[in-house]
Design a binder for this molecule. Structure first.
Ligand SMILES: [Zn+2]
Length: 281
């Protein structure tokens, strides 16, 4: 009878005993009883098995959940890495294009014999600039037309020590003080920075595309409201479009087309303008 009562007590204690929630005295009592009672031993083993099973199931669920979560994270990480990689490839490509163009432009800017022609369109107005350059000498004319009528012409001339600055507008022709003109030759223009670092920096913020412009293969650089076409061969400007916005005068685009010829300027291209009907002003 005592056995049975003890068994009841021990069996009540077993769950706590397994979880190690019982105190030392109780443990001793339980263990003492277990030594001599097969029934309770079996009960203990069964309880332990059941508990293990439960724990395993819970662990499995946790593992599954963590796996699922970490798989999701892996996919996200992969997408993020792929995007970063693509971004760097794009930036790298832009850098290489801009750097190679700027190197070509640098070479072409070294020529001291070149001819430049610029057409600048702005609404009804067209300004044509022509510049012959040979060594230190140059002859540059800027002619402005509005609705097809010539309204102004400026001429800059320098040969040896002689400098001339002529203006012509509304039928009045003046010889101006040529010393006010610093240097009126038109240098070849590029829109690119020198050096790889400057180009890397720029490649992060600047879009670059391929396009044909004025019959030339070009790269287009878009910056803010500026669209700039650069000759693939020379690295020099082919066209610049200043897109109109509410701040632009007249609200129309300004378009400039560029043309360059190298080593074609002859001595006879830079001849002193006839100033016989000009008035000194
Ligand atoms: Zn027992």
């Amino acid at each position: 009878m005592k056995e049975r009562r003890d068994c009841k007590i021990v069996q009540d204690l077993l769950p706590n005993y397994i979880e190690k929630l019982t105190n030392e005295e109780t443990n001793m009592y339980v263990e003492e009883h277990l030594k001599n009672c097969n029934d309770c031993q079996k009960m203990l083993e069964n309880m332990k098995k059941e508990l293990n099973l439960k724990t395993n199931k819970r662990d499995e669920r946790e593992v599954k959940y963590i796996k699922k979560f970490s798989n999701k994270m892996k996919v996200l990480k992969f997408i993020l890495l792929a995007l970063i990689l693509i971004y760097f490839i794009v930036v790298g490509r832009r850098t290489l294009i801009m750097f190679s163009l700027s190197e070509k432009a640098k070479e072409n800017k070294l020529y001291d014999n070149y001819y430049a022609k610029l057409y600048s369109y702005h609404g009804d107005s067209l300004t044509i600039t022509e510049s012959y350059n040979k060594g230190e000498d140059y002859l540059t004319t800027m002619t402005r037309f509005v609705n097809g009528n010539q309204i102004q012409k400026l001429t800059y001339y320098k040969k040896g020590n002689e400098k001339l600055f002529l203006t012509e507008s509304e039928g009045k022709k003046y010889i101006k003080d040529a010393e006010t003109i610093m240097h009126a030759s038109v240098s070849p223009i590029t829109y690119l920075s020198d050096g790889i670092l400057a180009n890397i920096q720029r490649a992060f913020i600047t879009g670059i595309d391929f396009a044909y412009c004025n019959g030339k293969e070009c790269y287009v650089i878009n910056e803010n409201s500026l669209e700039r076409y650069i000759d693939k061969e020379t690295g020099l400007a082919v066209r610049e479009i200043q897109k109109s916005n509410k701040d632009t005068i007249g609200g129309t685009d300004v378009i400039v087309d560029f043309e360059y010829k190298f080593n074609t300027v002859k001595e006879s291209d830079i001849i002193r303008p006839d100033t016989s009907d000009y008035i000194v002003n």
